[in-house]
Ligand binder design. Structure first.
Ligand code: IPM
Ligand code: MN
Length: 346
């Protein structure tokens, strides 16, 4: 007899609306688990603004060690007006991406039935694979002559062959399971060094795997996402381009409230982190207005990554159904509608 499957998931709700939206996602994961025969042991992770302001620490070693033991992390959002910019972004979010080697940032961009997209986006059904540990995010650079007239600030984009290749390979494998088309987005006409490396690696991987490789400069890709979104299926791109493109893709597919992401360690040598693309939205925290769909869809990506593909598909289609019926107007109404849909669906 099969013993029941069980997973340890660290719940890192964070700040602002993070706790509100991840509570909904967590309940739905438990509900899907009861239906599909698995259990999740949740461990609570207190990190975020409150923890930093109380202790002066952003990511203590013991907590990082605990996170490493989890099968996955479900993260809400971090950031609050009381913490200077960069402290939690670099010290927590990026540090986790680097420490856990989460080199793929998976961001689906699909205009779901019933969602009105005021900006276009009709026919958009793509996945953006954003390199997540290198590029301009790597932290190379500095400031010299601070405060002087010629104070100089540099940020260097780091691109390693191995780092680019592992990301492109993930994207090519995904493309092979979908349409067979992969679009590299870069800026090879100006960033001739990094662009050359990305292009050569993408060509090599495409030749080896048989996927059809297209290319678009990042500025043109922004235009096409709006004017001709159907040309994209799987997009692979560097860290900063991916950050920007995925906010645009979110606007085209119903807004940040519906956008999900997975920070993946595809080799599964440690946990991956799943989080809605939106931030902590302190302006609406506590008002019950936050849309939990982005967190729920992130939990769906998490279940898929853990191998619970049927539960993952259930959560995804519950969001589709609720959206097709006009969506919901509060966090609580979303939770009730999604839960009802999950128990109804077979
Ligand atoms: C995102 C966010 C982060 C990023 C910030 C908060 C560090 O914008 O996940 O897209 O730039 O990656
Ligand atoms: Mn972003």
């Amino acid at each position: 007899m099969d013993s029941e499957r069980s997973y340890t998931v660290a719940h890192l709700p964070g700040d602002g609306i993070g706790p509100e939206v991840t509570a909904v996602a967590r309940d739905l994961v438990d509900q899907a688990g009861r239906k599909h025969g698995f259990t999740v042991g949740w461990s609570d992770c207190p990190l975020g603004s409150g923890y930093y302001l109380r202790t002066g620490e952003v990511l203590p070693g013991e907590i990082l060690a605990d996170l490493r033991k989890a099968d996955a992390v479900l993260l809400g959002a971090v950031g609050s007006p009381g913490v200077p910019p960069g402290v939690l972004e670099r010290g927590l979010l990026l540090r986790l991406r680097f420490e856990l080697d989460l080199y793929v940032n998976l961001r689906p961009a699909r205009l779901r039935p019933g969602v009105a997209s005021p900006y276009g986006g009709s026919g958009l059904n793509a996945v953006v694979i954003r390199e997540n540990t290198e590029g301009l995010y790597a932290g190379a650079g500095g400031i010299v002559h601070k405060g002087k007239a010629f104070e100089t600030a540099t940020e260097e984009s780091l691109n390693t062959r191995a780092g680019v290749e592992r990301c492109v390979r993930y994207a090519a494998a995904l493309a092979a399971r979908r349409s067979g088309r992969l679009t590299l987005v870069h800026k090879t006409n100006v960033l001739v060094n990094a662009g050359s490396l990305w292009m050569r690696v993408a060509e090599e991987v495409a030749a080896e795997t048989g996927v059809q490789l297209d290319y678009a400069h990042v500025d043109a890709a922004c235009l096409y996402l709006v004017s001709d979104p159907a040309r994209f299926d799987v997009i692979v791109t560097d860290n900063l381009f991916g950050d920007i493109l995925t906010d645009l893709a979110a606007a085209l597919t119903g807004g940040l409230g519906l956008s999900a992401s997975g920070n993946l360690n595809p080799d599964k040598s440690g946990p991956s982190i799943f989080e809605p693309v939106h931030g902590s939205a302190p302006d609406i925290a506590g008002t019950g207005q936050a849309n939990p769909a982005g967190a729920v869809l992130s939990a769906s990506l998490m279940l898929d990554h853990l191998g619970e593909t049927m539960a993952a598909a259930d959560l995804d289609s519950a969001v589709d159904t609720v959206l097709a019926e006009g969506g919901a107007t509060s966090t609580g109404a979303w939770a009730a509608a999604l839960s009802a849909e999950l128990s109804r669906a077979r």
